[in-house]
Write a protein that binds this ligand. Structure first.
Ligand SMILES: *Cc1c(COP(=O)(O)O)cnc(C)c1O
Length: 221
């Protein structure tokens, strides 16, 4: 069974890296997966999931939450400022804080609600023009702005490495940036490279297709 296999591989990777057993959180990325597959993983007892679209999450997670206690859903895709309030209703964590306008909106909304999701800053370590994320040179300044100007507690950093480069270089860079900013959370590693991410300190791995199978185009979109 795929979930069990991934959990075992995570445990092995934790052991090899001398990490505490259970210290790496597995985010099962359920985007664009048929609801039956998601229900199956819930029935197996898994409770932490990732989605990359607000709209898609709104269409499935309220019902799953009503059926399964203790579900947590993390937003791992881009967040438009006009969807901040909806995102705060739906998600326990946001991994994609990447610009000041969004930080400001989040700060205003968090103040009104009186509660804040776990927040990660997405870093564009590969400096890819088409990709979201703060550029490496701007990370320290942006962390400071989030904390000092907007009073947002930042849990850590998140990266999606360029597809055609060795991900370990990007994981190591992210870990270094987190450390010098006093951040303990590292959201990094996907189906093809989560073990390498754990070796370099990942606290949250985001694994989709290795758990659920290949994504089915057109489902839930
Ligand atoms: C889809 C997605 C994942 C999971 O990708 P897999 O290769 O299926 O494991 C992880 N992180 C983000 C940000 C994603 O959009």
């Amino acid at each position: 069974m795929a979930l069990l296999d991934i959990q075992q591989r995570i445990a092995t990777a934790e052991g090899k890296a001398n990490r505490v057993a259970g210290s790496v959180k597995l985010i099962a990325v359920s985007k664009v997966q048929p609801n039956e597959r998601v229900a199956e993983v819930l029935q197996q007892g898994h409770r932490l999931f990732g989605e990359n679209r607000v709209q898609e999450a709104a269409g499935k997670w309220p019902d799953f939450r009503a059926e399964f206690a203790g579900v947590q859903v993390h937003l791992i895709g881009p967040l438009q400022t006009n969807k901040v309030n909806q995102a705060l209703e739906l998600f326990d964590a946001i991994h994609t804080v990447d610009r000041e306008k969004l930080a400001k909106k989040l700060a205003d909304a968090v103040q009104k609600r009186g509660s804040c999701p776990e927040l990660f800053i997405q870093v564009n370590t590969g400096e890819e023009p088409q990709k979201a994320g703060v550029l490496p040179a701007e990370v320290d300044g942006f962390v400071k702005t989030c904390r000092e100007t907007y009073g947002l507690p930042i849990a850590g950093l998140m990266v999606i490495p360029p597809v055609d480069e060795e991900p370990s270089l990007h994981f190591a860079l992210l870990a270094k940036m987190a450390e010098r900013n006093g951040l303990s959370g590292l959201s990094m590693g996907m189906s093809r490279d989560f073990e390498r991410a754990i070796a370099l300190g990942a606290t949250h791995v985001r694994v989709g297709s290795a758990i659920f199978g290949e994504r089915v185009a057109g489902v839930n979109l």
